[in-house]
Design a binder for this molecule. Structure first.
Ligand SMILES: [Zn+2]
Length: 262
């Protein structure tokens, strides 16, 4: 194994939920009564399906991608099918860097808001919440009180249109609207499983992101300390960071409000 390729490890975070690390994002293997399902597949060249086989004997229905960024979709090709929002499809098979090493010939089935997938006594509801990526969904595990949030809510930082390109939907204002949508389901989850930077986390992050988004919209000045060990780039022009408690948002001053993006 090449030195720069991390082997997979796994730990259980609930009796029927594994988190797999070494994949490139927090990758979850959900066990239902009848089948298993992966949430996100990371970006490792190693055989993720073979590793999942060591964790369960259940048939694995496929992968649900929280969004189309390749650090969440790069391992999809080890599985026969990937489920994702229609707006994630164009990104999902677009590798970061060299395309040759990735298996990209898998089937895609799109998931719309409100769709419920049942793994057998484990129902997963799809909630659309695109802002970091317009193809984002949150996945609400209705029978186990878990909310999977991908990159729209994570304890490191949420990146909101760092480029400042005028892409409708990628504003701090829209991110807050989506957080309020997750807040409206507050009584239906106890923990949050995000896409990076440690898992699980407390659901109070939903409130904290609503507050920090509001602080940005109210004109509280952000800081320039965008560079961090978890970000593979230095600060793009116009980008600032603001936090409230553990909720950090990195945003561009030209994409705070939706009407800046028309
Ligand atoms: Zn992302």
């Amino acid at each position: 194994m090449a030195e720069n390729i991390r082997p997979f490890t796994a730990r259980k975070i609930t009796p029927n939920t594994w988190v797999i690390t070494g994949v490139g994002c927090e990758t979850y293997l959900l066990l239902g009564d009848e089948m298993a399902m992966l949430i996100d597949s990371g970006m490792s060249p190693l055989d993720l399906n073979a590793f999942c086989r060591t964790l369960t004997d259940l048939p694995i229905a496929g992968v649900i991608n929280t969004h189309g960024h390749f650090d969440h979709t790069g391992g999809n090709g080890w599985f026969k099918k990937a489920y994702m929002h229609p707006l994630a499809v164009k990104d999902a098979k677009r590798p970061f860097g060299d395309a040759a090493q990735w298996k990209l010939d898998y089937e895609i089935e799109t998931l719309e808001e409100g769709r419920i997938l049942d793994l057998g006594s484990r129902r997963l509801e799809i909630i659309y919440d695109g802002a970091h990526s317009l193809g984002s969904i949150a996945i609400l595990d209705l029978d186990n009180f878990i909310l999977f949030t991908g990159d729209e809510l994570d304890p490191g930082q949420v990146l909101c249109n760092m480029s400042g390109e005028p892409v409708p939907g990628q504003s701090v204002e829209n991110h807050q609207k989506n957080m309020r949508k997750l807040k409206a389901r507050w009584d239906e989850y106890d923990i949050i499983c995000p896409g990076h930077n440690g898992t699980p986390i407390d659901k109070s992050y939903v409130n904290d992101f609503i507050i920090v988004d509001q602080m940005i919209m109210d004109g509280v000045p952000g800081r320039e300390d965008i560079t961090s060990p978890t970000l593979p780039f230095s600060r793009p022009d116009g980008c600032l960071r603001l936090n409230y408690l553990g909720a950090h948002v990195c945003y561009n001053v030209n994409s705070i409000f939706e009407d800046q993006l028309k």
